[in-house]
Design a protein around this ligand. Structure first.
Ligand SMILES: [Zn+2]
Ligand SMILES: [Zn+2]
Length: 103
């Protein structure tokens, strides 16, 4: 008895789409950022990030709807997340640099 089955890969192209939408993100950073944990370690995150554990001390970086991003001059900026955050201008002194790193 020989049964030949063709496996349908027709939905393969939607896999990534389905994956991205299986866990809806509400409040998140979009892009490449340096985020600072409560113990002042900096990690780099990319793309959509709503949760991040510090690679060194495993503290959650996102707390109470806020995250601390670090500008290219090393200034920390605590920002509230409300939807998709794509841009943060450094509020330290006259710095005014974009904290996002891939712009
Ligand atoms: Zn840490
Ligand atoms: Zn700055």
């Amino acid at each position: 008895m020989t049964t030949t089955r063709r496996v349908a890969f027709g939905f393969g192209g939607n896999y990534r789409f389905a994956l991205m939408h299986s866990r809806p993100l509400k409040n998140y950073l979009w892009g490449t950022w340096k985020v600072r944990c409560p113990n002042k370690h900096d990690d780099t995150v990319t793309q959509a990030t709503a949760q991040h554990e510090c690679e060194k001390c495993h503290q959650q970086v996102f707390k109470d709807g806020k995250v601390t991003v670090v500008c290219p001059n090393g200034h920390p900026n605590e920002v509230p997340l409300n939807g998709k955050k794509e841009s943060v201008i450094c509020q330290n002194g006259g710095c005014k640099l974009e904290c996002r790193r891939d712009k």
